[in-house]
Design a protein around this ligand. Structure first.
Ligand SMILES: Nc1ncnc2c1ncn2[C@@H]1O[C@H](COP(=O)(O)OP(=O)(O)OP(=O)(O)O)[C@@H](O)[C@H]1O
Ligand SMILES: [Mg+2]
Length: 289
């Protein structure tokens, strides 16, 4: 390659990067509120909270995007009853999958050759994928983008916070027992390090209501999330009880809150959605869409 050709190709690379940057900024400007769902420990119910929260907000008439940022374990599509959908798109971007009225989803699962394919990627490639999920996906005007993250303080939350910059806040999901709480304290501090305000802590799997006598059995203890929120001086968003139907519904691909609109757990999800909305709306702008 001649010197002149080299210069021209560097310039086009540079122009490409600049174009991508501008597109990312443009896409993000159209999204009013961005919320990260995090936890220190795996399996505490982040994806369940993200899915049901998104379903409630969409049902309330908001335009909602759900970004499954769990690159290695993308199971949000399954919770909506889809393993895989072909992604459509052109030069102007990728079309997210409309999963419910007003609710669009993007997930690594849609890019895998089959649902059992592992993703063996290191940080920089994951960063590129998340960048594309934010900048190349045609989210359009959204009121809320809910970002479901893998557990811990690793690459994915770092990438999201770095790329979005103005994330409205994080919802930290925990279970009530001491070991989970230790991790959730770390997550609160991590969120603060990322300069992402903590919207609050959700205590999931908080007691099991006996179907016979109605007594609440503290299977994994109770009240720990509330105590952590007091200790760490962050809001407590609420407790979600254990309900075997949560598992059933997420396995069969319908959000729990859609199937059981009057249950105790749905009331808890709704209350959490209301408190999140109040938090983000009182900290910035009105509605879009
Ligand atoms: N309140 C609840 N009652 C009963 N089951 C629940 C409840 N919340 C979550 N579950 C179940 O617990 C399991 C783990 O939930 P989920 O996948 O949402 O956790 P996660 O924190 O996203 O996990 P990971 O860290 O692997 O991403 C699922 O089978 C889900 O259906
Ligand atoms: Mg998950």
């Amino acid at each position: 390659m001649s010197q002149k050709e080299k210069k021209a190709s560097t310039r086009t690379e540079e122009e490409k990067r600049q174009h991508e940057e501008e597109r990312l900024v443009e896409r993000l400007e159209k999204i009013r509120h961005k919320i990260m769902v995090m936890s220190g420990k795996g399996g505490v119910g982040k994806s369940t909270v993200a899915v049901n929260l998104a379903a409630i907000l969409a049902k309330d008439g908001h335009y909602v995007g759900l970004l499954d940022a769990d690159i290695h374990g993308p199971n949000v599509p399954k919770m909506f009853g889809v393993d895989w959908r072909p992604l459509r798109g052109g030069d102007d971007g990728i079309q997210p999958v409309e999963i419910l009225p007003n609710l669009k989803l993007i997930s690594m699962a849609f890019l895998l050759p089959n649902p059992d394919s592992p993703v063996v990627w290191r940080g920089p490639i994951k960063h590129t994928a998340i960048r594309q999920f934010l900048g190349d996906v045609k989210w359009g005007d959204l009121d809320f983008l809910i970002i479901d993250l893998p557990p811990g303080t690793g690459d994915e939350p770092l990438s999201v916070a770095h790329l979005i910059k103005g994330v409205d806040g994080s919802i930290i999901v925990t279970t009530p027992q001491d070991v989970a709480l230790l991790d959730s304290r770390k997550t609160v501090n991590f969120s603060r390090m990322l300069k992402v305000p903590v919207i609050g802590i959700v205590e999931n799997m908080s007691g099991l209501r006996c179907p016979k006598c109605g007594h609440l059995i503290p299977l994994f203890k109770m009240g720990g999330g509330e105590k952590a929120s007091k200790d760490l001086k962050v809001p407590f968003l609420g407790r979600i009880p254990i309900d075997p139907e949560v598992v059933q519904k997420s396995d069969s691909g319908t959000p729990y809150v859609v199937s059981y609109p009057d249950s105790e757990a749905t009331k808890a999800f709704e209350n959490i959605a209301k408190r999140c909305k109040e938090h983000v709306e009182s900290h910035g702008g009105g509605e879009k869409g």
